[in-house]
Design a binder for this molecule. Structure first.
Ligand SMILES: Cc1cc2nc3c(=O)[nH]c(=O)nc-3n(C[C@H](O)[C@H](O)[C@H](O)COP(=O)(O)OP(=O)(O)OC[C@H]3O[C@@H](n4cnc5c(N)ncnc54)[C@H](O)[C@@H]3O)c2cc1C
Length: 473
């Protein structure tokens, strides 16, 4: 029997998909930029089944590619053009909330739970699971852990790594490691979960996780600001941090090009301000106290910012619906950008104090390649993480002879500015396929050697997500 037939015999025929028609949802990425065939797609229902599949693949030396919601923005969730076709192990059927422990402020969930489902289950227990991002309706807990996803609430709650207490993982030899500790203190040697968080499926397949929960805010205050420059956006950030740092739960910035993309391509979205402004800020405060007190706090700090002429115009959401409308604008940027043209998304983070300089220098650098090239900027400003996105129109892009080389060149000049400012080229989206070259270029040799040593120790045959994260030795 060939491998797909053996897997069908093991898991049942409805758990194995074969052929381009049946597998396209798993073999093409969210943006439609990568599409390569897999040996087959397997949809296990239990961790034991995942382990069985891995053991079979390992015995036949077939690579495996774990897949969550397939929302990766770095081509990480779909097969590569080179190398042996992998078996894609999709976690979508493993979507049980296993337990919510309110006294311990933790919950245990299977890896295929969609992020939004986890957020809702936490709310139902009067708790908050704080990781939040535009793809939360599709991305899965396993995928967010494997990429150490960031999103819009890192400023207050940290990234995914900070919100994971324990993991269950299938290792490349089929061993099921049960590290589902629901503990805040556990100094018993190396904290192995951290190896798998952010490893993008190169070391193991996460099958379930124990997550950290937080008090559920009872009050939110959200404002949208029109501002002149990123420097001013930083001044306002500092003012809020001096006044109400503990209540700040998001501080997001987008430029006029990014807002235009949303208004043009997303039906029903409206500019919250009357005039045009070069930069926009979405600020959210949240707390367990009273809504009135939080609104007053927001207004007071905004008045101080306006008195210093840092804010051109502002609107404060009056109710839940208005808050949701402002957040919709922010959360629809990636969808809008897909329709605008070919955006070469970058994922740099620099020290917060240097974001304005980063944007100015990166703009100059890409304009040396294509003068007047439109650039959308969407930044998790409170974390220093700016997605700087130079755009080609679809026609312009059709005319580019070597698209891979052009994409690399444009991204590289941006990454170079980040590097010069002490920043990184990969803040939250992961390395995937698109940034392997940058890993080879920027990571110190000693770090790469250590990473390869870890990879060899855990996955000696190099079968888990080959060609991802680590450049060839
Ligand atoms: C509209 C939109 C907005 C986004 N906004 C943000 C944002 O603000 N912040 C952010 O950080 N990211 C963002 N992303 C990127 C993406 O959503 C995240 O990287 C997310 O964490 C991926 O989750 P997923 O379940 O879709 O994983 P996938 O895309 O399926 O996989 C991503 C990687 O994780 C591996 N993987 C998946 N599941 C497992 C598992 N169970 N065990 C081991 N490895 C696994 C895959 O092999 C792959 O390497 C956005 C994406 C979109 C489309």
């Amino acid at each position: 029997m060939n491998l797909p037939d053996t897997l069908s015999a093991l898991l049942g025929p409805d758990a194995v998909l074969q052929g381009p028609g049946a597998t396209v949802a798993y073999t093409e990425d969210w943006r439609g930029r990568f599409r390569e065939e897999a040996a087959c797609v397997v949809l296990p229902r239990t961790a034991a089944q995942v382990a069985d599949v891995v053991r079979l693949c390992s015995a036949q030396r077939v690579p495996v590619l774990p897949q969550g919601g397939n929302t990766s923005l770095s081509g990480g969730s779909v097969p590569s053009a080179t190398g042996q076709r992998p078996v894609i192990i999709g976690l979508s059927r493993m979507r049980k909330i296993l337990n919510v422990d309110t006294a311990n402020n933790s919950m245990e969930v299977e890896a295929g739970c969609v992020l939004q489902t986890v957020q809702e289950a936490a709310i139902a227990a009067n708790r908050l699971y704080p990781v939040s991002l535009g793809a939360e309706g599709s991305s899965q807990i396993g995928g967010t852990i494997a990429t150490n996803a960031g999103g819009t609430s890192v400023l207050r709650y940290g990234n995914t790594r900070d919100n994971v207490l324990g993991l269950e993982v299938v290792l490349p030899d089929g061993t099921l490691w049960d590290g589902r500790y629901a503990l805040r203190k556990n100094n018993t040697g190396y904290d192995l979960k951290h190896l798998f968080i952010g490893a993008e499926g190169t070391l193991g397949i996460i099958t379930s996780a124990v997550l950290k929960l937080h008090p559920l805010p009872t009050a939110y205050a959200v404002a949208w600001l029109g501002v002149d420059s990123p420097e001013t956006v930083l001044n306002i950030l500092a003012l809020f941090q001096e006044s109400c740092s503990a209540q700040m739960s998001a501080y997001e910035m987008i430029n006029a090009q990014q807002l235009d993309n949303v208004l043009q391509h997303m039906p029903g979205r409206r500019n919250p301000l009357t005039g045009k402004h070069p930069w926009h800020v979405l600020i959210e405060l949240s707390d367990t106290g009273s809504a009135e007190a939080l609104d007053t706090r927001l207004q007071q700090v905004l008045e101080q910012a306006m008195a210093r002429e840092w804010v051109r115009d502002a609107v404060i959401a009056a109710n839940h619906a208005q808050r949701a409308t402002l957040w919709e604008l922010r959360h629809s940027v990636s969808e809008a950008n897909k329709k605008e043209g070919v955006g070469l998304t970058t994922d740099c983070a620099v020290p917060v104090s240097k974001v304005a300089e980063f944007i100015a220098r990166a703009t100059a650098a890409v304009h040396k390649i294509v003068p007047d090239m439109p650039v959308a900027v969407v930044a998790h400003m409170g974390d220093g993480n700016a997605h700087f996105i130079p755009f080609f129109s679809f026609d312009q892009w059709d005319a580019v002879a070597d698209k891979t080389a052009m994409a690399h060149h444009v991204r590289h000049v941006v990454n170079e500015v980040s590097h010069e400012l002490g920043g990184t080229f990969s803040a939250e989206h992961g390395i995937g396929q698109t940034l392997i070259g940058e890993m080879a270029h920027y990571k110190p040799a000693a770090e790469l050697q250590l990473m390869h040593a870890v990879k060899r120790a855990i996955d000696p045959h190099g079968l888990f997500n080959p060609g991802r994260v680590l450049p060839p030795e």
